[in-house]
Design a protein around this ligand. Structure first.
Ligand SMILES: [Zn+2]
Length: 115
């Protein structure tokens, strides 16, 4: 079994509340949500960090963003907006953390621009 938690979730070997899945992407609810809607979207292909992403990953990373749009709409936040975030941890630190995108802080709407 992989030592990567996200890969185990993708393989359905570790429990997760999966909210979306297609041939390239899996999304699931964060077990420690920081907002009313907080989901992680990970490519099925293991990418340890955005710092390891290459041109070959462009398509799957784009698929993560499109999945975020679908999830944001499905959660009812198309009008209010939501936030996307990514993992930028150095490879090898704090375990192998795949690239992730979350619709975190969706309940608060997007950050407000100050005049
Ligand atoms: Zn992995």
């Amino acid at each position: 079994m992989s030592d990567c938690l996200f890969c185990r979730i993708i393989a359905h070997q570790s429990p997760a509340d999966i909210t979306y899945e297609d041939d390239a992407v899996v999304a699931f609810k964060d077990i420690y949500p920081k907002a009313p809607v907080h989901q992680l979207i990970v490519p099925k292909r293991h990418i340890a960090s955005l710092l390891e992403a290459t041109e070959e990953d462009e398509a799957v990373l784009g698929r993560c963003v499109v999945a975020a749009r679908r999830l944001g709409e499905a959660a009812g936040y198309a009008e209010r907006g939501f936030r996307l975030g990514g993992q930028y941890r150095a490879p090898g630190r704090a375990g192998r953390v795949p690239t992730g995108i979350s619709t975190s802080r969706a309940g608060r709407g997007p950050p407000q621009r100050t005049p």
